[in-house]
Design a protein around this ligand. Structure first.
Ligand SMILES: [Zn+2]
Length: 130
């Protein structure tokens, strides 16, 4: 069944559920692991802490960021630049979210926002030219 034929409330519920399940998936954790950098942490008294501090390297700016400041991004976005999500089936949507590992990368929030902005500009210009 195509997404456009679903009740809008059910559609948004399903998309949220698919995205949430992705965030708990092994694939998601694999991507995060590849970008993970640990740094030894010192306690206030200067002795090493039991656990290191964990950072993630952004694929775009190469800087290190804390977990709360990064996103897992689909290089080729889930919402394709050229076709509407509405034309996808549920299975098609799931396979775009759960894509190949090589299509996934860790980005910091500012870089992710910048990428999304660029993608939206492209979508807009494609829409205009149709
Ligand atoms: Zn970045």
């Amino acid at each position: 069944m195509q997404l456009k034929n679903l009740d809008p409330v059910l559609k948004s519920y399903l998309i949220r559920a698919i995205r949430d399940s992705f965030k708990r998936s092994r694939l998601y954790k694999q991507v995060k692991k590849l970008a993970r950098v640990e740094k030894p942490k010192l306690k206030k008294d200067g002795t090493p802490a039991k656990r290191p501090e964990v950072f993630y390297r952004c694929k775009m700016c190469s800087k290190l960021h804390k977990d709360k400041d990064v996103h897992v991004d689909h290089r080729d976005p889930v919402t394709s630049l050229y076709t509407s999500t509405n034309d996808l089936t549920i299975e098609g949507y799931i396979s775009r979210v759960y894509c190949n590992l090589h299509n996934l990368q860790v980005l910091c929030k500012p870089c992710h926002a910048e990428k999304t902005k660029t993608e939206n500009k492209i979508r807009k210009s494609i829409k205009k030219s149709k």
